[in-house]
Design a protein around this ligand. Sequence first.
Ligand code: CA
Length: 224
Amino acid sequence: MRILVVEDDKDLNRQLVEALNDAGYVTDTAFDGEEGHFLGDTEPYDAAILDLGLPQMDGLSVLEAWRRDGRTMPVLILTARDRWSDKVAGIDAGADDYVAKPFHMEEVLARVRALLRRASGHASSELTCGPIVLDTRTSKVTMDGRAVKLTSHEFRLLSYLMHNPDKVITRTELVEHIYDQDFDRDSNTIEVFVGRLRKKIGADAIETVRGLGYRLTASGSDAG
Ligand code: CA
């Protein structure tokens, strides 16, 4: 899952990015409103974290512009403490949730997890697909109750598929959601990662849809 972080405080931006990366997300960052608006308008993010107090273009205007342009990704706004009016204005402008500064990173991560699972129609923080369970709180994967060890690339790939089960996902879409903007993207490597994942979670779990892409199915067998 790929997340945009728009925060002009360099330290805070870095802390957010580190925490998100540690949790298995890829991130792009912007340090002012204009850059943030541009990225959110042109790149497909699974969620955005948006500070309201930003140079060039304030966060509220960024959010309003995104929503006007039909950008629907979940947005978590960062507000100043005790500014209840900012929270109201932010939510009315299309924010899905807020965290007041100063915050505990764990709270941001929990809210991001909730936004991502709600956006993909999941109620539980554990994503389940047949015998495979991905715990979004710990970023751990089990199969039939046994731990499955994944590389960060494999985890991101599986995480995106598990957030979007039973849908055909193109290689392009996968590339856009498991790599950050600066990564040297090559959709051919997706095939390699899918091959490695299949060795770990079972060859049938990820179906190849000829000419279209991949689909995660609960069965590979009769369960679905
Ligand atoms: Ca700020």
